[in-house]
Design a protein around this ligand. Structure first.
Ligand code: A2P
Length: 285
């Protein structure tokens, strides 16, 4: 396999390229200590990650920017070595709100550009500065939008997205898999009736064979299918562990057996917004 820890960008059809593993940085703000995001991003860059996935709404984009800028100042990386993906939140879909919202990201990061800017979620909420707008009765304030854009994709061994992957590969589209480890299982937005991915017997037994963990096997499964993964971790040991996926490979048969774990069920079902007119998950893909 040609992907290595030092060289793991895959080409995009516009001539750019994207590192196949990125550090996810969403962490429930109430449960996350100040500074842990910054420390994690710095450590990830030291370990070899060159792709960071973040968003203004994660409320730690300033820490991400500080970490990247410090690593540039130290001479560890150049700006162009880093691939940063930022996100447009649902309260800013109106065309005139997009640029100012992107500028918030740039200001928080204190960087001149982002490498990718995507729609966080395809359901619009009432435009304004309130991230989670509700009326006086506690009902969500939805908003109309006419989004034709596609959305980034949950993808892991329990939700392998075979049809979508075939479609995207035919059209030279690279998929970025969010929740590649099966999420932090927050019941507010995750279907926790599905058993934890990382407890899976097959993933663990394959891990044993290669002296790897179930998480490493789950990540390897996706990158071997040329799917970009963005596992979130703010834990030093796991940040390292999640990057150590370039020194083993799954056989064709093992790939098939992991694919067979597919349950066609989403973990991130966002049921709290299931009555939104644009709720996306009634469609097959
Ligand atoms: P932590 O930050 O404490 O490591 P996903 O990327 O699928 O959303 O999963 C993120 C969740 O998985 C987080 O709760 C993260 O917690 C945890 N996690 C990240 N890497 C690993 C790993 N290698 N083994 C077990 N849990 C992990």
């Amino acid at each position: 396999m040609d992907l290595t820890a030092a060289s793991h960008r895959i080409p995009l059809s516009d001539g750019n390229s994207i590192p196949i593993i990125g550090l996810g940085t969403y962490s429930e703000p109430k449960l996350t200590s100040k500074g842990s995001c910054k420390t994690s991003v710095k450590m990830a860059i030291d370990v070899g990650y060159r792709h960071i996935d973040g968003a203004y709404i994660y409320r730690n984009e300033d820490e991400v920017g500080e970490a990247i800028r410090e690593k540039i100042a130290e001479g560890r990386v150049k700006r162009e070595d880093i691939f940063y993906c930022g996100k447009l939140w649902s309260t800013h879909f109106e065309p005139e709100r997009v640029r100012p919202y992107l500028e918030k990201t740039l200001k928080a990061l204190q960087l001149d550009y982002v490498d990718l800017y995507i729609i966080e979620m395809p359901m619009a909420l009432k435009p304004g500065d309130e991230f989670y707008p509700k009326d006086e009765y506690g009902n969500w304030l939805y908003h109309n939008s006419n989004l034709c854009a596609t959305w980034e994709v949950e993808c892991h061994p329990y939700f392998t997205q075979r049809k979508l992957l075939e479609f995207c590969q035919q059209h030279d589209i690279v998929i970025v898999a969010y929740s590649p480890l099966g999420t932090s299982r927050n019941p507010l937005w995750v279907n926790v009736s599905i058993p934890p991915l990382l407890k899976d017997e097959l993933l663990n037994s394959l891990g044993k064979k290669y002296n790897k963990t179930a998480a490493q096997v789950a990540l390897r499964f996706n990158i071997q299918r040329r799917i970009v993964v963005i596992p979130k971790s703010f834990n030093p040991k796991r940040i390292k562990e999640n990057f150590q996926i370039f020194d083993f490979s799954l056989t064709e048969e093992e790939m098939k057996s992991v694919e067979a774990l597919n349950k066609d069920v989403r973990l991130v079902d966002l049921l709290l917004w299931s009555d939104h007119p644009e709720y996306p998950f009634y469609e097959e893909y």
